[in-house]
Write a protein that binds this ligand. Structure first.
Ligand code: GAP
Length: 442
């Protein structure tokens, strides 16, 4: 399938099935803003839970939820006020704005606008800060200016000593956080891949200086394993190291985990060695000591930080693209999602709307619903009902038929293989739970 078609198909499926809608649609939409519908919130939550469990079901990592608005001096200390910029160029004629790095050399030389074609229309490149500015309180002046956070990381750095103390953590340890971040991207796009409002899943791991390179390698491998566990195909994933001119202002070493999107290989997650850059800067700007005291060696030092930083919305897009399958043989579209990620785990269908079958199906629905999301469907033919759920990624289908009246059994259908087994109704919960817990490969 041509790659651009795949993006179109995912956008259309996302809207059709209620994963993602354009934000403010009745007002014509708002560029690069998206709303997550009933299936989208479940899928996003399941990815977040998968990440959260992976990070915090360990004895050395705890969670945090810091606020989006923070003291404006945090962003001076972190370097974002001075360095979180993209060089951009404006067209004086049509007012379009471009990232200077994206413009072809020949257009830049002639100062020709790629949008309206006017020559000598482009301005010099100027640095544009990507942080969203806002005001706190009733006055809109410089003293009340603050920013929507462009990364969740800083909330962890300024809290790290509090967290370590209350949790009695000893180095090495980590702090995990999931939350919204905002960037006034010049060129957002590709659906939910690059947006101005998005969620990050970040973990900051504090280590003794000198141990950083070894720990960095360990986290790099662990993070790649995470995407394989999500069921993403191995051949679509790779590592890419940042060259010296690509490194963010805080990083000593940075590797991206990339996915082969329909629009090319792109970053899914960044693993960074931030050294003691951030803690040192916060110590200088706040005047407060952020030294860690090692009560074994009796040393005081600023820890080095290994960061793993993933985009939640971008992971959701990746999971959906990777799972999309047009099953030619059975003329159906399937979202081959990892069962743990699937928004709905099972559809329950009475074969016909009479003879007492709906009552049995409703009872199964009521019994399963407290354990995981299920859906009841008695509309149209059984084939159509299953195909509707295949497209939504629902891994299991349960059919109540006339034999159910005689022996209290039903069929359980598996989404990808179409295999059907006959099972006693009382065993359904255990069977589905054990399938949901099992390792899974696409
Ligand atoms: N704290 C480090 C940091 O923020 P980053 O490489 O700028 O590093 C990390 O961002 C991840 O956040 C990216 O790999 C991506 O998944 C996600 N991300 C960044 N900007 C994004 C945007 N505009 N829209 C959606 N996701 C974004």
């Amino acid at each position: 399938m041509p790659n651009n078609k795949l993006m179109e198909k995912i956008v259309s499926l996302a809207k059709r099935r209620g994963f993602v809608f354009a934000s403010s649609e009745i007002y014509g939409g708002l560029n690069s803003c998206w709303d997550y519908g009933p299936l989208g919130v479940e899928l996003k939550k399941n990815i977040q839970d998968f990440w959260w469990n992976e990070m915090t079901l360990r004895n050395d990592i705890v969670g945090l939820d810091s606020s989006i608005l923070m003291h404006p001096r945090i962003w001076e200390a972190s370097g974002h006020v001075d360095s979180f910029t993209d060089p951009m160029v404006d067209c004086r004629q049509c007012k379009a704005r471009f990232k200077a790095d994206d413009l072809p050399q020949d257009k830049m030389e002639k100062r020709q606008c790629p949008n309206c074609g006017t020559k000598d229309a482009l301005t010099d490149a100027r640095n544009f800060n990507l942080m969203f500015k806002t005001f706190m309180g009733p006055l809109e002046d410089d003293t009340s200016t603050t920013y929507l956070r462009p990364e969740t990381a800083q909330g962890i750095y300024v809290n790290y000593l509090n967290v370590a103390t209350v949790s009695r953590l000893k180095i090495p340890f980590g702090i995990a956080q999931v939350g919204k971040a905002f960037r006034n991207e010049i060129t957002p796009g590709n659906f939910i891949f690059r947006t101005r409002e998005f969620s990050q899943m970040e973990m900051q791991y504090f280590v003794k200086p000198g141990d950083d390179e070894k720990v960095f390698e360990e986290w790099k491998e662990r993070r790649m394993d995470f995407y394989l566990k999500l069921g993403i195909r191995e051949e679509k994933l790779r590592f890419k190291e940042h060259g010296p001119d690509e490194l963010a202002h805080y990083a000593k070493t940075a590797w991206d985990i990339q996915y082969e999107f329909p629009f090319g290989w792109q970053e899914l997650e960044g693993v960074h060695n931030r050294t003691d850059f951030d803690l040192k800067r916060h110590q200088e700007h706040s005047g407060k000591s952020l030294l860690y005291f090692d009560d074994v060696s009796k040393e005081k030092f600023l820890p080095y930080i290994i960061e793993t930083s993933a985009g939640l919305n971008r992971t959701m897009l990746t999971v959906m693209l990777d799972a999309y399958w047009e099953d030619e043989e059975h003329k159906r579209i399937v979202l081959k999602l990892h069962p743990k990620l699937a928004p709905i785990k099972a559809v329950i269908c009475p074969l016909v709307k009479k003879d007492g079958l709906p009552e049995i199906a409703r009872q199964i629905e009521n019994d399963l619903r407290p354990h995981f999301p299920v859906i009841y469907d008695q509309q149209s033919s059984i084939g159509k009902r299953y195909y509707r759920q295949d497209e939504a990624g629902t891994p299991y289908g349960i059919t109540v038929d006339h034999q159910s009246l005689e022996d209290n059994t039903v069929t359980l259908r598996e989404r990808d293989t179409l295999e059907q087994v006959r099972l006693p109704i009382p065993t359904l919960l255990d069977e589905i739970n054990s399938r949901l817990k099992a390792d899974w490969k696409p």
